[in-house]
Ligand binder design. Sequence first.
Ligand code: ASP
Length: 437
Amino acid sequence: MIVAKFGGSSLADAAQFRRVRDIVLADSRRQVVVPSAPGKRFPQDEKVTDLFYQCHKARQKGEPFQPVLEVIRGRYGEIAENLGLALDLDGIFQQIWEQIARGAGPDYCASRGEFVNGQLLAEYLGFSFLDAAQAIVFDDDGKLDEEETNSLLQQELLERVPVVLPGFYGRGPQGQIKVFSRGGSDVTGALAARAVGAEVYENWTDVSGFLMADPRIVQDPQPIRHLTYHEMYALSCAGATVLHEDSVGPVSRAGIATNIRNTNRPDHPGTMITSTAVERENFSIFAGIAGRKGYSLVLLEGEDPQQGAFAQKILRAARAHGMDPQAPAVSGAHISFLVDSGEYEHEEEEFAARAAVLGAVQPPEVHTGFACIVLVGYGVPHNHRTLSRIFQTLQSRNIPVAMIHQGISEISTWVGVGEEYMEEAIRALYLEFSKGK
Ligand code: ASP
């Protein structure tokens, strides 16, 4: 069985619904379909979820929300009419109107995008419909109850297949609707895939998976055919994201592969993300390169030069202050690390005070304006020349390297350069390491 999740742009209008139906019906293993709410049809368009949030805001301010609700109703109406669907949109929107008028919360409002879209899609596919509020449950602290959800989903989905399960929401302990964070239909799809023991979790979107580099920086980068969940995580740390981060756990722990596919190019194989790299055909040194600006380099020195523990305490303190220190370099009582500049500024004073208590001889020395480039892949430990190739490549273009760091997992190599060099450095490294592919 395959669980197929379709993102908002894949279901933005009737023409996209047609593509989705062709895809679903082309493989009888696609028994569980998880839709998002209709997304943007063109760049200036609004996502239905954003419109629902606007309804809630208007209601809260005591302003009329009916006009926005009419716009939403119009979008579904167009899809239904175009596809000849008979769903009682008037009845459904009357109920939604009543709930919002009574002061329903933002989560209820936002969830209706998927709730309505799921019913339209179910009718169009001839599949049954399972309201996610029946099977996805959150606890008193607002955290997903993963085990309870898993057994409910398993039972309810398998009873109904082929079935449409709307993404993004579930219910809290009092029965109230609760949503995941934005983009959360990915999480619903992953939970469904785990529950039914899917052979693969297909995530259909508007790109053909991951590319080896950002196409805004590198011209026509090669697609990545295969990644491991670890590699994907390392790439996402440097800003290359395609999936919601919470959608990885349920499937990767269950050993289920995620296949990112493009609804508009269904014959493209996309990117296959698996737990291990054993089936990989093409082993280049790096699977991909990503970069992110906005880092600061923080340097600290402890009182006692013999005291290696100082660095560990400082890293722990940074994390306790909500930072995610990257690429730590430790030598005796000296430590440096890179950190998101915004995160650092937010906690600067408190962190400096804590560092003094831990034995820092001076306030932290902070240099802003760095970019982090991460080269991800299993090749590094097997290619001893890799680090020197990175250095040489950048040096030959007069790009100063502020730091270079081999991540503990050995699949990510971090390179720090000034922000002004990031694009050029990525282009150079991409060229250097993709040519041997
Ligand atoms: N519709 C929701 C959003 O716009 C959830 C999703 O699309 O995954 O964030």
